[in-house]
Design a protein around this ligand. Sequence first.
Ligand code: BG6
Length: 458
Amino acid sequence: MIKFKDNFYFGSASSATQSEGAWNEEGKGKNIWDYWYETERFRFHNEIGPYEASTFYKNYKEDIKLLKETGHNSFRFSISWSRLVPDGFGEINKKAVEFYNNVIDEMLINDIEPFINLFHFDMPMCMQELGGWENREVVEHYANFAKICFENFGDRVKRWFTFNEPIVHVECGYLLGYHYPYKVDPKGAVQVAYHTSLASALAIKNYKELNQKGKIGIILNLSPCYPRSENKWDLKASFIANLFANKSFLDPAVKGCFSEELIEIIKKHELMPNYIKEDLDIIANNTVDYLGVNYYQPRRVAARASLPNLEAPFMPEYYYDYYVMPGRKINPHRGWEIFEKGIYDIALNIRDNYGNIEWLITENGMGVEGEEKFLVDGIIQDDYRIDFYKDHLRWLHKGIEQGSNCIGYHVWTFIDNWSWLNAYKNRYGLVSLDLNTQKRTIKKSGKWYKELSEKKGF
Ligand code: BG6
């Protein structure tokens, strides 16, 4: 049997924009997603936007009951900045304080430990109008927002995260044209990345000053990089891919500094951000207590086969090609490779290169299209999802046996939710959601997850 420690965290994760709904109710301000959907619906899958998120704002009590029924001893959600502080800074929305207090209290009554994340791709629109993460002033406003959260909820919440997958708003918002403000601006992207690391460190500083005796970390989507071969040029490609994909945020978060090799590349392409020495000190002195790791897929790379277009805006792919490994296992609905051993490689990397810092899996999951076809007697028989979890948990367990300091496993996600690029196309939940009635029904995986959590293994 694969057995985890008795105090191992089992749970799942969600985010405000993807689950709350009530996007314009009870004083909430607009975030970039609300604004973008209002102005450019055609950019959203089937024109379904965040307005149609899964109604956690109204149904949190019922949903927390379902958390209990699916074996959660912990749950991660995010606080919406634009709900709590609608103008970005200044007045606090009392209704939002009441809502998040209710959620936290309801979770605690049910013995579910809250993990709160402060930023999940959801920049308030008024802050974006100031330039978003490109502007140092917004960094300050974010740190204040974080402080407001600690002051209001930190008496009961002892596990915090400053950001979810910060590299996503850098890449998707400033390089790839996937998220608002869909710029293609490499220099802006580097500035945004640097300011995000600074914002995280400032939030950590604020947290420490309040002395609330909890832990604060950051959630990174780590994609272990694998070279096509041992050829030295493939190895170099993989080394550089790793600098961008993983070390860019891992190093400042855990070690308080940026990798020299990455800085060299950024300098070579004349992309250095504006910075001051005092801010670098803030990053150096305010590292994380623990790490959240979202793991979905590896990154396989090879030496570039062609010269990059020197006139095109710089992309990290200047240094490598993606390698499609024959025989790879794939989730065809999302197009992502499934490589379970990646979780073990992450565990050992953290053990060996990041001081064996405490960490947990904060997201791992499988989005499947057309799940209705697996419906038998009203319940989705998602055995493929159970297998997916088991296969990852085996490798995670192996990493723990070898000394990696992993304290939990959270899946993505609890109830089928709205997704940034795919709306409701792919379903990830332990609980299914009927979009017409909002009815929630526990899937086979949800029942299995309860057993897993009770037995602490399988
Ligand atoms: C993670 C995000 O990147 O992956 C979630 O933190 C997201 O917000 C999840 O929903 C699954 O990705 P997608 O694009 O299939 O929804």
